[in-house]
Design a protein around this ligand. Sequence first.
Ligand code: 1YM
Length: 644
Amino acid sequence: MSNMTSTQNDYNASSITVLEGLEAVRVRPGMYIGSTTTRGLNHLVYEIVDNAVDEHLAGYCTEIRVTLETDGSATVEDNGRGVPVDRHAKGISAERIVYTTLHAGGKFDNNSYKTSGGLHGVGSSVVNALSSHMTVLIRTGGHIYQDTYERGEPTTPLVMGLLTPIGDTKETGTRVNFLPDDTIFEKTRFKEDDIKSRLHETAYLNPELTIHYEDKRPGTEEVLTFHEPEGVVGFVRALNKGHETVTDVVSFRGESEGIEVVCAFQYIGEFREEVLGFCNNIYNAEGGTHLTGFKTVFTTVINNYARQLGFLKDKDANFTGADVRNGLTAVISIKHPDPRFEGQTKTKLDNQDAAKVVSKVAGDEIVRFFDRNLETLKAVIGCAEKAAKIRKTEEKAKTNMLSKQKYSFDSNGKLANCISRDASKCEIFIVEGDSAGGSAKMARDRNYQAILPIRGKILNVEKASIDKVLANAEIKTMINAFGCGFSEGYGNDFDIKKLRYDKIIIMADADVDGSHIATLLLTLFYRFMPDLIYEGHVYIAMPPLYKAIPGRGEEQYLYDDEALARYRKTHKGGFTLQRYKGLGEMDPEQLWETTLDPARRMMKSVAIEDARMASEMTELLMGVDVPPRREYIRTHAVEAMLDV
Ligand code: 1YM
């Protein structure tokens, strides 16, 4: 009896610190999961999946099942050992500690490659704190255990600090079901496309893992299995699908100083470079030391060969890094015991030893491969030569063009610039269509707001060659207006410090055409001015979809269908609903009130993942591959494509 009292006291004592810890998560969710938008919401799923992947990396789990349930909750299940349920040092079940203490896991941990290297590596307790309901089901040691929580607080009583078995089983594993708290998240509908692509990525990076995905929600029902036994080789193949390839996929792996390196690369016959970096299974949107190590050694090795083989003469300058990577698609995935991150979104790998190890492993392996595969080597050098030639021509053309137009700010008479030259206060709106552009010019605050109307659809930079891109009037105007040049495969002229506007705001209609234009613009920025996005300068304006005009009371702008649904529910009495079909329908005053006025407007800030998705989307929609495009259009006919 006295024993039990003391356990209870221990429990009460630890539960106080526990609640304080989880309360902090609920007060500042953004600190733990990045944001409370759809991205943060999806992140909850990734956190739980990452724990299951860790169990796979530890060598115990082969299958993971992710289900989006009809009630809006998500279930993640694995066939690993099961989260331990035995007594932890604090006197209660280890499971309870894992789900109620911030950063639990490390203490028990004997697996050195935690996926937690990523953005917010925080884990199960954060998801628990941000869920209105969570159920954990554990199969281990012959028994089944179940624990339940509400907003992070346990609702299942422990007996002497431990869970009571609810049944027997021969199997082992962990199943977590959680319902995101709708008082914390702006939207609580998981975005299936993001989740599917993240799971697919995880399958490529873990070739021995099988991930089952099921969406049970009405309207988006789907069952998929992700299993990619070819690993990164398959990943590169998928990235290059539909493109003409110049080499086969080359792959290698190696290890040094406790850092594991896995890599695959292939050249395509197009002016594109796509080098993706992952550390401990997490995508590093901003790259980092592993990519630097890879790129540096690749440039050195190819230049050495080019000289040895006489492709470069004594008088010739070396190929630049960008020349060498012309047409290169590569995936570099490392496992690091202690990853560090920096950068705007904390996704840039910062460990210096990663650069050293990747360049050593990649250097050795690339030389070994090219020594034996002269034809492939010649094809690669051929790509670099082509790039160098165009670079030299373009460099000349570019200097001419940009110097000529340096001060002709408004190269085709369209840009209505603002008066201020204080970049930190200035904004530029890129507006779809001349009529909306006209209204915007009248509506704006001309001191700080510049308007650049663009007509119809801009060129798809994904497909066009660099000279076409630069010849496009709309793009030229944008580059001139922004003032910071651009970077592309053949050199880097971009200087973010010269940017003339703090905010670049894409303003397009809230329909399919509008989101297509936004997608094309994001692709342009992603390909040629990625720092604009990395440094958070790009936004998407959100004009309202409706105006509700009640018989009595104030008019209200409604920005999406959810807002309309809410208005219908909360508004008593009749009202007239005005629907805006496009920006052009708004008069200047309305446009100012709803979309331009910094005090009242709504905007989405664009993150690099959005731009990457936009670029992939562009490829999907404009690429040569017809079936996926048809499939995409069929499933997304109405829905706008970007949700930040
Ligand atoms: C659906 C989510 O969390 N699986 C999972 C988690 C753990 C273990 C196994 C595990 C780890 C260890 C030992 C260890 C975790 N355990 C802990 C802690 N799936 C999911 N599967 N035994 C089991 O790391 O040593 C944290 S996570 F801390 F309790 F060990």
